[in-house]
Design a binder for this molecule. Structure first.
Ligand SMILES: [Cu+2]
Length: 426
């Protein structure tokens, strides 16, 4: 038997040596979970140092508790179901009920303790991408720690000494676990609440999935040919709009955990990259952009003044990344008169439909017979008709009368008379 006094002393010694305080396991914090893909309001800090919280598209921030000067979080790695857009749900792996996992927010100088419970069928670890910490807390299975076996809980403890935009993901059976959607955001706010202060601070992670139309589970061996390009495991038209008030200063933090780069383009305004995984970019080192390439494994924080009211497209500029599953592997039939072959094809493929003779725009409107649980290759409807998009596409809505903390959808932009492109009529 150990006395309570010895127990506390040993725990203290372990902490002093930068090791895991096993005593902490005695009082696991709650591991809250959500089953919805709806954007949750910013989590206003209830204790500890004050900060301006972020808003995670189609996701949420993990609640925490203070315990003797430590900010404690509890992540549970587990299989989840994620609605990727209305009409399509995927069976993924994630944290606390969803993929991606909840955003973890803390403040420069915080001592952070993160409990990780593994409810996956195999071992895992968590790597804190971009955080400067003791080597043994870096989460590389086999290299810096033993893997977390299924059913076990491990504890990570470190002090965050630099603010910025980071992420977390497994460093164990990575090809499978990342292809299944295991990732999350980690934001370290500056100690000075006025440093780099903005009016709205959005974040999302990019992921790629290969899910055969009609099925629910990603193929995990795919290296390049993904068919669903997602922001926070959502695809257009399922991705939250970014709603801003006219004149506000806005930050968007984006992380890329896919297998390719994504040139993210915003219409209607110009922005600057103000942060990377390495920290904040000095003002004299920034330049104006309307597209910023986010390479694999990178984070980019961009900032802009929301100075132009309207509905502005925001999307990856790789045109295949704004298409959903059905757009891939379709042969080019432009200029081919398919009527000649249609009858013979129908004998082989009952229900075969001519497509793409004039291009594929018709598919944006067409109601095609699709297998259950997939999405048309291009979809979504705007005030003027089909938007013909999918994947990594959403709308930045800048409105004159959007109240400061209101993230609700203001509807489509009402264009002032005489400001919409019109048909030429001689
Ligand atoms: Cu892309």
């Amino acid at each position: 038997m150990t006395s309570r006094r010895e127990f506390i002393t040993r725990a203290g010694a372990a902490l002093g040596a930068g090791m895991v305080a096993r005593s902490a396991l005695a009082a696991l914090p709650e591991s809250p979970s959500i089953d919805s893909a709806a954007m949750q309001p910013p989590l206003i800090p209830h204790a500890g140092r004050p900060y301006n919280p972020v808003v995670t598209l189609n996701s949420w921030t993990l609640p925490w508790r203070m315990n003797n000067g430590w900010k404690e979080f509890h992540l549970t790695a587990e299989p989840v179901e994620r609605e990727m857009a209305p009409g399509m749900t995927a069976r993924l792996w994630g944290y606390n009920g969803q993929s991606p996992g909840p955003t973890i927010e803390c403040v420069e100088g915080d001592k952070v303790r993160i409990f990780v419970t593994n409810k996956l069928p195999e071992h895992t670890t968590v790597h804190w991408h971009g955080i400067l910490l003791p080597s043994g807390m870096d989460g590389v299975g086999g290299l810096s720690q033993p893997h977390i076996p299924a059913g076990k809980t491990y504890v990570y403890e470190f002090q965050v000494n630099h603010s910025g935009t980071f992420m977390y993901h497994p460093h164990a059976d990575e090809m499978v676990q990342m292809a299944m959607g295991m990732m999350g955001f980690l934001v370290v706010h500056p100690k000075d609440i006025n440093f780099m202060k903005v009016d709205r601070d959005f974040c999302f992670l990019m992921s790629g999935f290969d899910i055969e139309p009609g099925t629910m589970t990603p193929r995990v061996n795919t290296m390049l040919d993904f068919n669903l390009w997602a922001w926070n495991s959502r695809v257009f038209p399922g991705i939250d709009h970014l709603v801003c008030g006219l004149g506000e200063r806005v930050r968007v933090r984006m992380g890329n955990l896919t297998m390719t780069n994504h040139p993210i383009h915003i219409h209607g305004l110009k922005f600057e990259v103000t942060g990377t995984d390495g920290g904040w970019v000095r003002p004299e080192a920034r330049w104006p952009e309307v597209t910023s390439d986010v390479a694999i494994g990178q984070m980019r924080a961009i900032e802009f003044d929301a100075d132009a009211p309207g509905d502005w497209a925001m999307h990856c500029h790789k045109s295949h990344h704004t298409m959903n599953a059905m757009g891939h592997d379709v042969p080019n039939m432009i200029g081919v008169d398919q009527r000649v072959v249609q009858d013979s094809l129908r004998k082989l493929l009952p229900g075969y439909m001519m497509m793409g003779e004039r291009g594929m725009a018709d598919m944006g409107e067409m109601v095609m017979p699709l297998p259950d649980n997939t999405l048309p290759m291009m979809t979504g409807t705007g005030p003027f008709g089909p938007i013909e998009m999918g994947g990594m596409f959403t709308v930045l809505k800048i409105r004159e009368n959007q109240a400061p903390d209101d993230y609700s959808d203001p509807g489509w932009y009402q264009h002032p008379p005489g400001t919409v492109a019109y048909e030429y009529k001689p």
